[in-house]
Ligand binder design. Sequence first.
Ligand code: C5P
Length: 237
Amino acid sequence: MSGLVVALDVRTADEAEALVDELYELDITYKIGLEALHGYGERILAYCEARDVRCCIDAKLHDIPRTAGAAARALVSPPVRMLTVHALGGVAMMQATVEATRERSRELEMGAPLVFAVTILTSLAPGDVAQLGLTGSPVENALRLGSLAREAGCAGVVCSPDETREMKNAFGGDLLTLVPGIRPQGTAPGDQRRAATPAQAVIAGADFLVVGRPIVQAANRRAAAAAILESMALPER
Ligand code: C5P
């Protein structure tokens, strides 16, 4: 599976389909986040299936275990290779998500999507984390949530570039890292607070990079995506 996950963060299905077409045949997984999922989820999933491209559903599930599991079950379909859940929903909820995902995949005779647990959102600065009543730094919180994600059977975690190295040191091959907050040199941070360049994230040990605006809002989106793919393959990684 490709290490580059591009967020289809656009307003309409037409725009999302145009973006898939523009990046076609680059080695990319397409992320269907909340905007796409709630706006035109079924249509973009059908499009990805028809074009035979891989999807990550960034559903960020966070509810009681039964509801999260039922939602995960409904989200499994052939193009889906990854699914996200909030680690802050607790071990039982993550477990229910993982189990429902596996069960539905068996029924559909497809490989089970990898479930990734979101640790601490990359938009939160240390002060925001403290304001939530979580004691310790973002790294400490992310590691604690990572250990719960592993206990629940998740394939990996979503964490910021700042926590990636510690996450890999702590959990090694037990947890894959899906890393947003990626900003190539010279691109605007927007609302991301804990960000790094693609090469920095790869060197820190990121398994998958999530990139939205630096590609979606680029003048030449295909060139922007190709440049990121190239920087991810740098020999010094
Ligand atoms: O535009 P940008 O590159 O900041 O997009 C990042 C994408 O990754 C968005 O779709 C956002 O929802 C998602 N994401 C994130 N932080 C997380 C989990 C997902 O930014 N912790």
